[in-house]
Ligand binder design. Structure first.
Ligand SMILES: Cc1ncc(C[n+]2csc(CCOP(=O)(O)OP(=O)(O)O)c2C)c(N)n1
Ligand SMILES: [Mg+2]
Length: 341
């Protein structure tokens, strides 16, 4: 039997109809801009350091998707939990984890978040509410659901933000989690980062239902599609979902329509999409360029002030890179500490 194959196109992720967005205050615009830029610069630096052989193993960059994690983080409070897959550097920085510690983990050094033994995909900070960093596609979904269960069990009003990709959305364990989350009304926001591709497979080639916000329908979990390139849209949707969860109404699904500019990982033949497709998204909907343009238009800051922010972000990232290059490797005596064996 011939299997019909759908091709992807730049229009696959039709943006949700422009909902009326609450405008950000000056402080919100500037802080979101700075954090998105910090993530972008961190990732660019990580890419360079990988090329120089300073980072080994797997490394998945988040460039293009920054608005998702930054908008969501704006609605969280201390005690809320964040968990994601392996494309996780942006999530850690948005949670407030130190760029030096993250970069030093990438280079496998002693002062990395996992003492240099976890690498890019395996970092944690309970203090900052970040629960990893998971290399098995979809595995974080039952774990994130468990974090939400812990909140109910302990009787607090914290919620779990459980991120996963369009590819992970086809994993069976996601639906077992959905069932339990709704059955027990667990406070979990499932954020599906639909960047249109799972490695080299476009969503249209792998998914019978490409509107992932509908994936919770048979469990009675509400969901919506969100323009994941606009940090204001993400924050507005996040507020709504968080209020739902904190009111004890159970889980909520937010499908973020986003895009990754770089390859899946550092080795990616890039044969599954055209250069034009990437350029089109980059030039028309880049989350950082759009925030910058709004800031200038609303006169929240001058070009000069933005240049200063850009310089201080570069400085922070250069210092992280410097630290991660000179921090020593873990001592041999650490070989069997903090690991399962
Ligand atoms: C259970 C499992 N199957 C396959 C893989 C190999 N793999 C790593 S990433 C990936 C694609 C996942 O894509 P998606 O969920 O869309 O996330 P994205 O990489 O786009 O952020 C696959 C198949 C894996 N790590 N784990
Ligand atoms: Mg994907």
């Amino acid at each position: 039997m011939a299997v019909a194959q759908k091709n992807s196109s730049a229009d696959d992720n039709k943006r949700a109809p422009a909902a009326k967005l609450a405008d950000f205050s000056k402080e919100q615009e500037l802080s979101a801009y700075e954090t998105m830029l910090t993530i972008r610069r961190f990732e660019e630096k990580a890419g360079q350091m990988y090329g120089m052989g300073l980072i080994g193993g797997f490394c998945h960059l988040y460039i293009g998707q920054e608005a998702v994690v930054v908008g969501m983080q704006m609605v969280l409070k201390k005690g809320d939990q964040v968990i994601t897959g392996y494309r996780d550097h942006g999530h850690m920085l948005a949670c407030g984890m130190d760029a030096k510690g993250v970069m030093a983990e990438l280079t496998g050094r002693a002062q990395g978040y996992s003492k240099g033994k976890g690498g890019s995909m395996h970092m944690f900070s309970v203090e900052k509410g970040f629960y990893g960093g998971h290399g098995i596609v979809g595995a974080q979904v039952p774990l994130g659901t468990g974090l939400a269960f812990a909140n109910v069990y302990r009787g607090n009003d914290n919620l779990s933000v459980t991120y996963f990709g369009d590819g992970a959305a086809n994993q069976g364990q996601v639906y077992e989690s959905f069932n339990m989350a709704e059955l027990w009304k667990l406070p979990v926001i499932y954020v599906i980062e639909n960047n249109r591709y799972a490695m080299g497979t476009s969503i249209a080639r792998a998914s019978a239902e490409v509107n992932l916000s509908r994936r919770g329908l048979s469990f009675n979990i509400p969901g919506e599609q969100v323009d994941g390139m606009d940090v204001r849209a993400v924050q507005a949707a996040g507020e709504k979902a968080a209020a739902w969860c904190r009111a004890g109404k159970g889980p909520y699904i937010l499908e973020m329509l986003t895009y990754r500019y770089r390859g899946h990982s550092m080795s990616d033949p890039a044969k599954y999409r055209t250069r034009e497709e990437v350029d089109k998204v980059r030039s028309t909907t880049d989350p950082i360029d759009m925030a910058r343009a709004r800031i200038l238009e609303k006169k929240f800051a001058t070009e000069d002030v933005l240049k200063k922010i850009d310089a201080s972000v570069r400085d922070l990232i250069n210092q992280a890179a410097e630290f991660a290059t000179h921090d020593p490797e873990p001592d041999v005596s650490e070989l069997f500490t903090d690991i399962y064996r």
